[in-house]
Design a protein around this ligand. Structure first.
Ligand SMILES: Cc1cc2nc3c(=O)[nH]c(=O)nc-3n(C[C@H](O)[C@H](O)[C@H](O)COP(=O)(O)OP(=O)(O)OC[C@H]3O[C@@H](n4cnc5c(N)ncnc54)[C@H](O)[C@@H]3O)c2cc1C
Length: 458
């Protein structure tokens, strides 16, 4: 018994939250803390999502979510002392800054005689458990998943939402949430079609199981098909746990689709495994051969990529989808990343930073592992010399140019067959292009330049 504080971070839900269930053994004070260093590091789109998600969480806590502000190392122990809290609970983090903060805070709180319980609520398997027989960490996905995960104990079954005896808060502090919103209102349209919060996450999972799960393995690569779960921001903010998703899928008849979807959840586990083992994953090449890579500094090209003005339709469609919706389809993420890194020779860290700022699902593990994967500098990465041709990719996965035309309406005036590579159309037809730019680079030449740069590595 006693007063228990649950510190919400990336676990913004009540159900299947082991640390919250542990807190529920006493009277509960649910807390979210705005740490200035964490706020400064958060992307703009993530902040907008967090704004909505915290409002939703507060509602499901009958308005009793307490918002604190200040460096966690001092603000939390002070609050704990002032409120005579005996136990603090939280869901573990696995990013280097989070681990460091939590270790220091745990020591302070325990030194003050407070019990601390940190539990796993965001991964199916602890990242340190999966080890090769020789004790070293996995660097290749398939053995990681097969031997490191599937051969281990199955993911724990989800817990129900606990009954909470909430300690009433003395005053309304919701105005603190407003600091998450930008001054200009670009975010309003971006959030169209998203439903942040635990209930929204559950609805998204149910809709996926009732719909696109059937056919997921083949259709997931088609950006216009709406054939994936779009659970990534919900998972990132912990509005739903991977265990809830895993077990909901496991209840369905086993098919290639269910197996494939589970393996995608395992890619997320693999990313966290890599981040845990390589805390500098977001800025240091896993393969240090790439440290000598002759990257180009080209701000003008970077800006055209960011704004979806490269003149390569599938790349521009992806970058505009990102800007408009805070999301980009996975196949297109790979295409735009490959274009930046290989056709433009711009460092993968620039792409990672832009995604970090603009994705609603920006995630320290998935983002860093994926950028290094595309660059070829990461673990189990696509080889550098495998350079996507964005036109071939677009013709294959967006044959009718439906996705392209949604985000690059300038191309709608062209016959479908010219929308993937408008510069190849006869001059007469190109007149209809309404200001759409010429390609930033020649795809063939820039491919050859990338291969030469790669060959120059020691
Ligand atoms: C350059 C690049 C950057 C990326 N950055 C991020 C990021 O910041 N945050 C993020 O969550 N994902 C990132 N991804 C991975 C992937 O694109 C997204 O997870 C996926 O598109 C999310 O859509 P969904 O939820 O509909 O996926 P679904 O296909 O429905 O998959 C279900 C879940 O599995 C996980 N998953 C799927 N694919 C991957 C993958 N390749 N790697 C790791 N986990 C995966 C995600 O948690 C996803 O929500 C990135 C991929 C690339 C190529």
């Amino acid at each position: 018994m006693g007063k228990h504080l649950h510190w919400f971070r990336k676990d913004l839900r009540l159900a299947d939250n082991p640390a919250l269930s542990r807190a529920a053994k006493g009277d509960v004070l649910p807390v979210y803390l705005f740490d200035p260093s964490e706020l400064a590091a958060m992307g703009a789109a993530s902040k907008v999502w967090l704004f909505h998600s915290l409002h939703a969480l507060n509602q499901s806590l009958d308005g009793q979510l307490r918002l604190l502000s200040g460096p966690s190392q001092t603000a939390l122990p002070e609050f704990v002392a002032q409120n005579e809290i005996t136990t603090v609970t939280w869901t573990r983090r696995y990013d280097p800054a989070g681990i460091e903060m939590d270790q220091a805070l745990k020591a302070t709180l325990q030194g003050n005689g407070v019990e601390v319980h940190s539990l796993n609520g965001s991964l199916l398997w602890e990242p340190w458990d999966a080890k090769k027989p020789d004790g070293t960490p996995y660097r290749v996905f398939t053995p990681f998943y097969k031997r490191g995960c599937q051969a281990a104990a199955p993911p724990r079954a989800p817990l129900p939402a606990p009954k909470l005896d909430l300690v009433k808060k003395p005053h309304d502090d919701l105005a603190l949430l407003d600091q998450l919103l930008p001054d200009r209102d670009w975010h309003v349209d971006m959030m169209d079609g998203w439903n942040p919060g635990e209930a929204g996450a559950r609805i998204a999972l149910e809709a996926f199981i009732d719909g696109p799960l059937d056919g997921y393995k083949s259709d997931r690569d088609v950006p216009a098909a709406n054939a994936t779960s779009r659970l990534s921001p919900h998972l990132h903010f912990g509005e739903i746990s991977p265990n809830q998703i895993w077990h909901a899928i496991a209840k369905q008849p086993t098919t290639h689709d269910t197996a494939h979807f589970k393996s995608e959840l395992a890619w997320r586990e693999f990313s966290y495994h890599l981040l845990y083992r390589h805390p500098d994953l977001d800025h240091k090449n896993l393969n240090d051969k790439f440290d000598a890579f002759p990257w180009r500094d080209d701000d003008a090209a970077l800006q055209r990529w960011q704004r979806g003005q490269t003149g390569i339709p599938i790349v521009d469609a992806g970058m505009r989808e990102l800007w408009q919706t805070g999301y980009m389809h996975n196949r297109v993420r790979m295409i735009v990343a490959s274009f930046l890194i290989k056709n433009l020779l711009i460092h993968w860290r620039e792409g990672l930073a832009w995604f970090h700022d603009t994705l609603v699902d920006a995630d320290p593990a998935n983002n860093a592992a994926s950028w290094q994967w595309v660059a070829g500098s990461g673990a189990d990465a696509a080889p550098y010399f495998r350079i996507f041709n964005p036109v071939t990719q677009a013709r294959k996965f967006d044959a009718e140019a439906t996705y392209i035309t949604t985000y690059v309406p300038e191309l709608a005036a062209l016959p479908v067959k010219h929308r993937h590579a408008p510069w190849e159309a006869p001059a007469e037809i190109r007149k209809a292009l309404q200001g759409y730019p010429e390609p930033l680079v020649d795809l063939k030449d820039s491919r050859a330049r990338a291969l030469a740069a790669f060959s120059s590595l020691p």
